[in-house]
Ligand binder design. Structure first.
Ligand code: FRU
Length: 515
């Protein structure tokens, strides 16, 4: 490669991308723009990419289309933070500039090489045929490398293709490299749609991060409807009692809804099992969703310097129906950073990282609260920018459904986060949402939680979305919720019976510095 030429073309593409974001940001409306979730200044974002801790800062990259509020030719946007609380914007990191990435810098991951330098692995995308009404699409996708030139990770040099498109062996989709090191060997997994159109995850190994050797198909999804596994991720988790399990994560395309499961267009989840480096992944559980809300996809995790396993997801707009923020100059945000932990009962708990507590600026303690049948109680005049912690005592409550209306505003609109005693699930119901997609989602509670008779909720409410963490990370639900303009209250409600709340605190949250 003529390196000077490559760097010059890339630098120019990045300047154009910055101007694209700035033009959209200049006409941005902030009615639903997040206060404490990562989003681009302007333009469309999707998957979190390249998550890492490098030279004293946390780095989050993300899929970015800088020229519109729809998905389009992908770049990598970038923000960084010293403390995972307050963030600063960084220049756009990667833009299409080579023949092999001309139609998009697709998703990928970051590692710090043996020389201490940050490497980004991404998929270079060439679109040979656009998606048609039968979803037929022809892509040519290769795994590519870029190296950071500075300790702030602001300047990257592209090193080109490191894993070529395996023509004939895959049916067009072959992307989203996730790289890690283990016992002196580098590993890469890539999501693939096999020649027989089955969702697979391929495993490669390397000694130097540049030359990669195919090892095996690590996993093939058993469901023939699942034709592609996007954004694979693979890591070991150790429980407090010392047990160790491997967790295989992917975003499955093609799975059909089944009961409460797989209700989104594509669905991101994981299986827990075992793995030896010279073998395939052996699942010991079925597929579990990372998040039961309407808007969650393409998560990525990484290991922090303190060995925490931290995950970000993308709050993805519905595939069909209105996406109101697209009129506002921006679209898409990430979830809060979440810590993953293996519980002694073998399940994974997903909680907001402890740093999130530093967003709390002030609080209002309500203590114990009793609500009569059909009674309502306003607990915040403005939902946006709050975290509500509450514990419902199910043994002493008789309501059929009880919980919290948020973003409750004019024209009777609201989003309802409630315990539903008939299904014994937590529901996020957007039947009365002011704008955007409707429908409800319902997350299960374990029989142990139900027999304890308590539901603990931590609900984070931003201007246009909610995240509800249930029973200390037993389940999570992330959904968009677009209120009408003007204050949107948070209101407790008990339907057809009473609700006893053991404790209730409303925290007002500060912003993360990206508004
Ligand atoms: C998942 C995904 C990835 C791909 C990227 C493109 O949302 O489709 O598989 O790399 O988005 O933006």
């Amino acid at each position: 490669m003529d390196t000077d030429h490559v760097n010059k073309d890339h630098a120019q593409a990045l300047i154009r991308a910055e101007a694209g974001v700035a033009a959209l940001a200049a006409r941005r409306s902030d009615r639903w723009y997040p206060q404490f979730h990562i989003a681009s200044d302007g333009g469309w974002i999707n998957d979190p990419n390249g998550l890492c801790y490098y030279h004293g800062r946390w780095h989050v990259f993300y899929q970015l289309h800088p020229y519109g509020t729809q998905w389009g030719p992908m770049h990598w946007g970038h923000v960084s933070s010293e403390d995972m609380v307050t963030w600063r914007r960084e220049p756009v990191a990667l833009a299409p500039s080579l023949e092999q990435d001309r139609d998009g810098i697709f998703s990928g991951s970051a590692v710090i090489g043996d020389d201490g330098r940050l490497r980004l692995f991404y998929t270079g995308n060439i679109t040979i045929q656009q998606r048609d009404e039968n979803h037929a699409e022809e892509l040519y996708e290769a795994q590519m490398l870029a190296e950071a030139q500075d300790d702030d990770a602001r300047v990257f040099t592209k090193r080109g293709v490191v894993v070529a498109f395996p023509e004939g062996a895959v049916h067009s989709d072959f992307r989203d490299p996730k790289v890690w090191k283990q016992n002196g060997t580098w590993y890469m997994i890539v999501g693939a749609r096999s020649a027989r159109e089955r969702g697979q995850i391929w495993l490669y190994t390397s000694q130097d991060l540049v030359s990669w050797e195919f090892s095996r198909v690590l996993y093939e999804h058993p469901d023939p409807d699942v034709y592609m596994l996007e954004c694979p991720d693979f890591f070991a988790l150790r429980s407090d009692s010392g047990g160790m399990k491997w967790v295989l994560c992917f975003s499955a395309m093609g799975s059909k809804p089944c009961g409460f499961m797989n209700r989104n267009a594509n669905n991101a989840g994981y299986m827990i099992g075992t793995w030896e480096p010279d073998g395939c992944f052996q699942p010991e559980t079925g597929f579990r969703l990372w998040d039961w809300g309407h808007n969650f996809y393409a998560p990525q995790s990484f290991e922090g310097p303190d060995s925490r396993r931290i995950m970000y997801g993308w709050m993805s707009p519905e595939a069909s129906g209105p996406v109101p923020v697209q009129q506002d100059g921006w679209c898409g945000n990430l979830t809060l950073p979440r810590e993953l932990a293996l519980d002694k009962d073998g399940s994974i708990r997903t909680t907001p990282v402890k740093e999130t507590e530093a967003l709390r600026a002030s609080q209002c303690e309500f203590g114990r609260v009793s609500l009569g049948a059909e009674e309502q109680l306003v607990v915040a005049e403005e939902s946006a920018g709050t975290e509500i912690e509450m514990v419902i005592d199910l043994n002493r409550s008789t309501a059929e459904r009880c919980g919290l209306k948020v973003h409750a505003g004019g024209q009777g609109s609201y989003t309802y986060i409630a315990y539903d005693d008939q299904t014994q699930r937590i529901v996020v119901d957007r039947q009365a949402a002011a704008e955007g997609g409707r429908g409800y989602r319902a997350a299960p509670l374990s029989s142990e939680s139900l027999s304890r008779g308590r539901v603990a909720l931590r609900v984070f409410i931003d201007r246009g979305c909610v995240e509800a963490y249930i029973n200390n990370g037993e389940q999570v639900m992330s959904s968009f919720s677009y209120p009408v303009e003007g204050p949107g209250k948070s209101i407790l409600l008990a339907e057809r019976g009473t609700m006893e709340i053991e404790s209730l605190t409303v925290h007002r949250l500060r912003g993360i510095g990206l508004s």
